[in-house]
Ligand binder design. Sequence first.
Ligand code: NAD
Length: 360
Amino acid sequence: MLIGVLKEQNFNRVSITPGVAKKLAPMGLTKWVEAGAGEKSGYTDKSYEDSDFKPSSREEILTQADIIVSIEPISNEEMAKMKKGSLYISMFAPYQDTEVVPNLAKFPIHVVSMDMIPRTTLAQSMDVLSSMASLAGYKAVLKAADYYNNMFPMMMTAAGTIAPARVMVLGAGVAGLQAIATARKLGAIVEAFDTRTAAREEVKSLGANFVEVEGATDDKGAGGYAVQQSEEYLSRQRALVQEKALKSNIIIATAQVRGRKAPVLVSEDTINNMKPGSVIVDLAASTGGNCAYTENNKIIVRNGVTIIGDSNLSDDIGGVASNLFANNIVNFLQIVVKDGVMNLDENNEIIKSALISKAN
Ligand code: NAD
C-alpha cells in the first residue's frame, strides 16, 4: 500500500514529516513525497529520502497512491485523478460549508477530514485542531509583542520603571489558554473571558484573572464547543470587554462557535477609545473575527491600534506545526491501516466522525 504526501500550495507546513517514518513502517506502507514538499518547513528532500520516502512528482502521487495526505484540500480536478477506493486525508471544515460533502460524493474515493475528529480523550492524539490552535495561541502573543511599541514584563531600570503589559484574552479554549500561558511567561498581567464555566479554573490555574459575564448558555452536550449566546448576553459582554479593553495593551481574540460566525466582542467604539499603540491579534479572523474592524489575512491600523487578522498562525512556525500535524495523522492511520491493509471501520467512533465521504 502506497502513501503519498503532497506539497502544500499556500502553506509553509507539510502534512507528514520524515520524523514519523518509524511509526509508519510497521503499517506496511511504501512512502512517497512530492519533491520539495518540506522545503518551507525545514525538511529537505534528502531528509525524506534518508527516512525511506521517495521524492516523486505530484502527478505520480495523485494517480498511484492508495492514501494521499495534504493539509489544504486539493482541487476537484486533482481529486478526480485519484484511484478508485483510495483514501484522501485533509482538512475540509465541512461544518463551515454545506457544499463540501455533496461535492466530495462525486468522487469514488474515501475522504477523511481531520477537523472532524471528535474532541474526546481517546482521540486527543489525533486532534489537529488542538495541535494547531495551541501553536497559534503561542505565536499570537509573540506576534503581538513584536508589534507592540512597549514591552511585556515589568522592568526596573536606572532610567525608570517600566509597567507590565496588560493582556486580555477573549476565549479560553485551546488557543486562548496557550496565549495566557505565553503572556504570563513574558511577564504580562492577563485576564480572560469565556462562556464555558469549565474555562474558569483553567484560566485561574495559569495565573490569569477570569472575567465572567453572568448568564452564559453553556451546553455540556456540545462536544466541548461553545454554543451561540443570545444578543442580550453578547451586548452585556461587549460592554464589559470595552471597560477592560480601555485598560489593556494587547487583546488576543480566539472566541469561536463551531459552524457559526465568530461573535463580535470588540466594537468599533471600543477600538476608537483604546490606547494608541495597543495590538489586537484576532485568531477568529477566518470566521469573521471577534473585532469589528478585523480583516482576514490583513494587518490594519485604526486609532493607532494594530489589528492583525490571522487564523493560521501555526503556519508561521512550520517546522514544529508540521511535526505535530504529522503525529496526529500517523496516530489516526494507526487505527485504519494494519499490515498494509486499510480498514475504515465505522464501528470506531473516531473513524465514523472523520470519514465525511465514502467511495461507492
Ligand atoms: P473554539 O476554537 O471553538 O473556541 C475558542 C473558545 O472561544 C472556546 O473556549 C469557546 O468557549 C470560546 N467562546 C465562544 N464564544 C465566546 C464568547 N462569546 N465569549 C468568550 N468566549 C467565547 O474551541 P477550542 O479551543 O477548539 O475548544 C474548546 C474546548 O473543547 C476546549 O477548551 C476543551 O474543553 C474542549 N476540547 C477537548 C478536547 C479533548 O477532550 N480531546 C480537545 C480539544 C478541545
